[in-house]
Structures are given as C-alpha cells and as structure tokens.
Design a binder for this molecule. Sequence first.
Ligand code: OSB
Ligand code: MG
Length: 373
Amino acid sequence: MKIERIDLYHISQPLVSPFTTSFGTQLQRDCLIMALHSEGLTGWGECVATNDPGYSYETVQTAWHILSDFVIPAVVGQDLQEPDDLARWFDPVRGHPLAKAGLEQAAWDITAQRDGVSLAQKLAQPYTQGPRARVKVGVSIGIQASPEKTVEVIGGYVAQGYGRIKLKIKPGNDIAIARAARAAFPDLPIMLDANSAYRLEDAPVLQQFDELNLLMLEQPLGYEDIYDHSRLRPQIQSPLCLDESIHSADHARYAIALGACDIINVKPSRVGGWAESRRIHDLCLKAGVRLWVGGMLETGIGRAAQLALASLPGFTLPGDISATDRYYVPDITAPFTLNREDSTIDVPAGLGLGVEVDLERLTAVTLRHQSFT
Ligand code: OSB
Ligand code: MG
C-alpha cells in the first residue's frame, strides 16, 4: 500500500491530576499524534515524548524535528507491505526511538486494518496461543505530599477496582511512603519505581524494602546502566525490574546474560516500536524473565496499542495501562474503562487499533499541524 500522506499533530491536554516522579512534575501532557493515509485507510500513531528530556533525551520538539526532517520523508510515498519495512527506512536515523515508534504504531494499525484483523490478532500471529481478550492492569501513582496522602490516593484507586499499585519514589521520599502503603494495605500488590534516582552505593537504602514483600522494584539505578543493576540484584530481595535501561532487544539480551533483572517493563515507544517489543517478548519468554507493558500517560491512541501488546502470552504481570479517566477527561478517543471485578481492561477487538479518533477534539487540542505528501 502506497503511503500517500502523513499528518503530524502536536497536541496538549491537561492531566486529571499532576504526575510527579523523581525527574519532575507533569500537569499538562503534550505529545505528537500522527496519521498515515493509504488506499482510503488511516493508521494512527502516538509519539510519547514529553516537553522536557526527563524520562528520555527525546522531547516533543526533537521528535517533531526528527520526524518532519528525516523519518517522515523516508517513509512518505513508499510502498508499505508490513511494519517490518519501517526498520529499513529508519536505518539512516540513529536513536530517537520515541519518534520512530509513533510512526511504526501507525503502520501496524493500517496494515492490521488492511488484513482485516485487530492489532492484537496481528501481533499474536507467530504464537499458537491467541491474544487475551482482556489484560490485567494497575495504576502508577506519582509522588504525593506525604505518606498519609499517598495512602489516601491508593485507597481511592483500590476503591475504583485497581488491583496493583505502583508508587514513584526518590531519595528522601521512599521508605516512609512504602512502609505506610504496606501497613495500610497488607495484601495489595505494591511496586516501587525510582526512575533511576539511586546509585549502587545506595544498596543499604534499597535493602530496607526487603521486608515489604514488594511485587518489584523498578529501575533503581542509572537510565543507561545494566551492569550495576546486575551487581545490585543479589543484594536485594525485591524482584528487580528494568525500564529506562532497555532500549532494544540487544539490551534485553545483555540484561539476561548479566543477570541484571527478574522482570522487564516493555514500553514499545522506548524500544522503537511493536516489532522490537515482540522480539524482547520472545527473548524473555525463553529466558524466564517476566514481562509487563509500561505506560507514558498515553492518549486512547497509544493505550489501544499498549493493550494489544499486553495481550501476548508473555505479558503475565499487570501493565501500567489505566482507564482513561485516570489521565484525560475528555480524551481524543472514546474512554477505556476498568473492569473492576478483576482489574482488567478489554483489548479492542475492532480492526487495527480498534479506536475511533474524535477529530473535533483532536483539532481543539492541536497546537501545530503539518501534512507531508
Ligand atoms: O517510569 O514508568 C515510568 C510515566 C511517564 C514517564 C515514565 C513512567 C511513567 C509512568 C506512568 O509510570 C504509567 C502510565 O502511563 O500510567
Ligand atoms: Mg518506570
């Protein structure tokens, strides 16, 4: 299918509640949305880069630059057969996985529509086991003003039906929060995410979590580190999960070889897309490393694609994929809701992403738009 036109939108939506991590606070969420047009079909993708380079070096501005000056010109006008084609066209551009993943998502959407299947079905084609119809999810809670406030916020989400809670931590805002949460919710699956705020020398601080029966400790050390995590792992009892450090299937292979983690949080954006995510899935399934799908405060477009990935057999832990009302009211798609009886969200069953984009709402939140032919 010839890619006739690509539309790029920089959008900005207010978050329902501020989101504070060890690298800063987000109140307003900007991201890039792209639409790939071919043969009367439209494939949608989301680039989850943020305003500041806190999580990744990429920002909405660098992603706009890389997409509009390099990636889109390499793709527009080409004959797309399968999403794997993009890797070849992206080859001259080093790095910038978040920018590339947005377009790759759109290619998965449009080719799944062409094939007459959902994205989950298309992703699950290599496996004997079909995609799950609903996936286990949790909620990621930013750093709050106090341990008491943290307990109150957890209580609100538990009342909504969330069965797994992730708490953000940073040095000085860690053990007291985690102890208060565990004391208030003795049986709740609780995990902590440090977003790279500690060093290997902080192992004694991280050992204090051993007694709390955590589901896991996510990315305590450097955002490019694998080796120090392999040295930390035998020193702590909490299962160790990597997020920021894993940029590719090769990185997953290095982490497995070094014994650097028990679990990997797969964010398709961070690893350059869904094809690479599936490679990581296959490697980890073989090596016994457990998996879940991470989030970047996606709109409904990105959320649909997260759910499709999480429906694959190896994603056995609850993902950071919450209901729409935890992020944006309204959103640019119809809302995703939580099945409160089992803390799941339904995987879209329609063609491709299976979501309809509200074009009026998209226009209303767009700061900048450009068409490429
Ligand atoms: O580290 O997982 C993270 C959001 C932005 C940047 C980094 C992270 C997160 C989250 C949010 O934890 C997960 C979600 O989308 O709900
Ligand atoms: Mg994380």
